[in-house]
Design a protein around this ligand. Structure first.
Ligand code: T3D
Length: 262
């Protein structure tokens, strides 16, 4: 049987590909569990120093597989609170808590939870032909997978509410202009650029990059005082790393550093 998520580790980059292209990589339970297992591996395996998330085929991810929610099949209404708590939220938390860079290459349409999973990643690149759709309102649902949080924080209420209430597609270039993603790239350059970025991050000072992620994610809810203390503590930790010693030595020796992620 075809795997719903493909993963391969090369040069420190764990490339994770959502792989249900005939359903635009929408989530069934198996794909949820497979994706979570990949992110968990990224946590546990020291060989993994960066993650590259993308989708197979013409789409990135169309959110929940609605075939699994067909009311015409009868039975009681699904408990979506349960599915969110069981499937979406743990993966979102794992991505945010992973102290290694997560690059997302949005190769095509990203709808519903698919869009919001992309926004939870650290650096998001998208093909210019890709669009982001808060599809929830079209089927009577609300933004999930962290979307209400990230859209409101990044865009502010007016744009967040309009995107969520109208489900109007947001093209990649506009998403970059609005600061929702890092860059929109020509379709043919998306994967080479995403691979190069992930490889560069995987060759970087992993501890320092992970602490940088922690700091920036903490900033939104911390006071300046708390954040200054956290910066002090993280810098203390980074300053004890072998990669810091290597970085300074390489600078003084006028050569490229060789970080080992330690
Ligand atoms: O349920 C819970 O646990 C709660 C959590 C919810 C999280 C959510 O994500 S809710 C939102 C669910 N997603 C959607 O509502 C999006 C539905 N899809 C679309 O609106 C459109 O497919 C797209 C705008 C994403 C793309 O449109 P287009 O025209 O490029 O492609 P298409 O022809 O609509 O789709 C291609 C195929 O993928 C098609 O199958 P077919 O006809 O060729 O056999 C289509 O049915 C299938 N597909 C696309 N999205 C889904 C899907 N099949 C199942 N579930 C989908 N979400």
């Amino acid at each position: 049987m075809t795997k719903t998520v493909l993963s391969v580790l090369t040069g420190g980059v764990l490339r994770v590909t959502l792989n249900r292209p005939e359903k635009l990589n929408s989530f069934n339970e198996e794909m949820h569990l497979d994706l979570r297992a990949c992110v968990q591996r990224a946590h546990d395996d020291p060989e993994v120093r960066a993650v590259l998330l993308t989708g197979a085929g013409r789409g990135f991810c169309a959110g929940q597989d609605l075939g699994d929610r067909d009311p015409r099949k009868g039975g009681p209404a699904p408990d979506l609170g349960h599915t969110i708590a069981t499937f979406y939220n743990p993966t979102l938390r794992l991505i945010r808590a992973l102290e290694k860079p997560v690059v997302c290459a949005v190769n095509g349409v990203a709808a519903g939870a698919g869009a919001n999973i992309a926004f939870a990643c650290d650096i998001v690149l998208a093909a210019k032909s890709a669009k982001f759709i808060q599809a929830f309102s079209k089927i009577g649902l609300v933004p999930d997978a962290g979307g209400s949080w990230s859209l409101a924080r990044i865009l502010g209420e007016p744009r967040a509410k309009a995107l969520a209430m109208t489900a109007e597609p947001l093209m990649a270039e506009k998403a970059a202009e609005w600061g929702l993603i890092w860059k929109a790239l020509d379709d043919e350059t998306l994967m080479p650029e995403a691979e190069a970025l992930a490889a560069a991050l995987a060759a970087g000072p992993t501890l320092g990059l992970g602490l940088t992620k922690r700091l920036i994610q903490s900033a939104a809810t911390n006071s300046l005082e708390t954040q200054l203390d956290l910066e002090r503590d993280c810098q203390q930790q980074a300053g004890r790393s072998a990669d810091y010693a290597e970085g300074v030595t390489a600078f003084l020796e006028k050569r490229k550093p060789e970080f080992r992620g330690q």
